[in-house]
Design a protein around this ligand. Structure first.
Ligand code: GLY
Length: 412
């Protein structure tokens, strides 16, 4: 994981940063002996290289074909532009995230040019901000903030700070939570939001203003109490009275039912809590990430390392969600970076087993066809985007493979 600490007052600008990275790469010519942060063995390294070869060919072909499109789910192997239909959709940043990760790894300009175009297209969503929700984190961490982190572009920094202001403005002090949605649903907070919080940690550092960070911490504490369960599973949602802050229950969400265990929510919890630990150093968050990781890995182990859409749904029909696996694989690698050396193996090996199961069974490598990872599911009760390729599955697959090559950068 390559991490740029923006608090550093002597930080280099974008060009200087890239020059430093090139030097670093030179030092890491034998990457796996010098720069193998997860300590993977040679056989696994060869597997990673094989996947990388196919991934990079496919993503370059997509980059040329898609331009500044914002893909979601392909229809007959072709992406449509979600940006034209629903510019504020929460998924519209993920393709840009892929492009910035690829630009960082390869330095090929086509990735940067396309990502810059997407960032500008999203300006209209920022201006028309009433349609936005808490997923401004997913949208602008993967676009403007990624751009700023890699290039030092000032207008990208301003876009990112604007988005962080919107996220902070969603905080409800009565219930100490960030509301997921608007209007009648403003009493709901959801596990997914843990992944939006890095936008607040970033803004806090940028502005030397603790308020953003405090909101992120308060929301994380709320999630520990009302969303994560003691056995390592988690709720998707919690409902508060938005006026008094009183707890009203845990309604069902995108999983099978209230009390079940929606696997992507579990993945958000692993990765989100591991990131909360990265930014705060609070042991309770690391313990929470471990607990939910153990629960996830135990469920993977009894299903050939392929996540069901919900770990507590009836045996039939069997629905998978590969996006949960790809996201959890990244979360497990993040977690491995924070635990003691003798604890790492469990998380790294589980992550790799899951990635291998996904790539053996569910990847489409034909460069002419859009999307890579099939069998992603948006939610249990909707057939239209159940067991289909979904853009965020491809994002997390890309991040995971780049992590294993030590070529990713911290987008969160
Ligand atoms: N953030 C919404 C989802 O995971 O589907």
């Amino acid at each position: 994981m390559q991490y740029v600490n923006e608090l550093d007052m002597n930080k280099p600008n974008g060009d200087e940063r890239q020059a430093e990275e090139r030097q670093e790469k030179g030092r890491c010519a034998n990457r796996y002996s010098l720069c193998n942060p997860y300590g993977i063995d040679e056989k696994t390294q060869r597997w990673v290289e094989k996947i990388w070869e196919k991934l990079s060919v496919k993503l370059e072909a997509e980059c040329i074909r898609l331009g500044t499109m914002m893909p979601y789910v392909p229809v007959n192997g072709k992406y449509e532009d979600m940006g034209q239909r629903e510019l504020s959709a929460w998924t519209n940043g993920f393709y840009s995230g892929i492009l910035w990760q690829m630009y960082h790894a390869t330095k090929k300009e086509c990735f940067k040019n396309a990502a810059e175009g997407i960032e500008k297209r999203l300006d209209a969503a920022l201006a028309e901000y009433t349609k936005l929700d808490h997923d401004v984190g997913f949208l602008w961490l993967h676009t403007a903030v990624a751009d700023y982190r890699l290039t030092g572009n000032e207008s990208s920094r301003r876009r990112g700070l604007h988005a962080a202001g919107i996220l902070a403005g969603r905080y409800n002090p009565a219930g100490r939570y960030i509301k997921a949605w608007n209007g009648e649903r403003s009493g709901i907070a959801i596990v997914d939001c843990l992944m939006n919080l890095p936008l607040l940690y970033w803004a806090s550092e940028q502005l030397s203003d603790n308020a953003y960070r405090q909101i992120a911490v308060n929301h994380t504490e709320m999630a520990l109490h009302y969303i994560l369960r003691p056995d390592g599973s988690c709720n998707h949602m919690v409902d508060f009275n938005p006026v008094t802050g009183e707890y009203r229950g845990n309604p069902g969400g995108q999983g099978y039912e209230s009390g079940s265990s929606w696997s992507r929510g579990q993945a958000w919890a692993i990765y989100g809590m591991a990131l909360a630990y990265r930014y705060t150093g609070k042991e309770a968050y690391l313990d929470a990430a471990k607990r939910t990781a153990h629960y996830f890995c135990a469920n993977l182990a009894v299903h050939d390392y392929i996540p069901l859409l919900d770990f507590r749904a009836p045996e039939q029909p069997v629905y998978y969600d590969t996006t949960a696996g790809a996201c959890a694989a990244c979360g497990l690698l993040e977690l491995a970076e924070h635990v003691k050396p003798l604890e790492k193996d469990l998380y790294v090996k589980s992550s790799i087993r899951c990635l291998q199961a996904l790539t053996e069974n569910f990847c489409v490598w034909n460069p002419e066809e859009d999307a890579i990872l099939s069998h992603g599911s948006a939610r249990y009760d909707r057939a239209s985007d159940r067991e289909v390729p979904i853009i965020y599955g491809d994002y997390f697959l890309t991040e995971a493979i780049l992590r294993l090559r030590n070529q990713d950068f911290l987008i969160w």
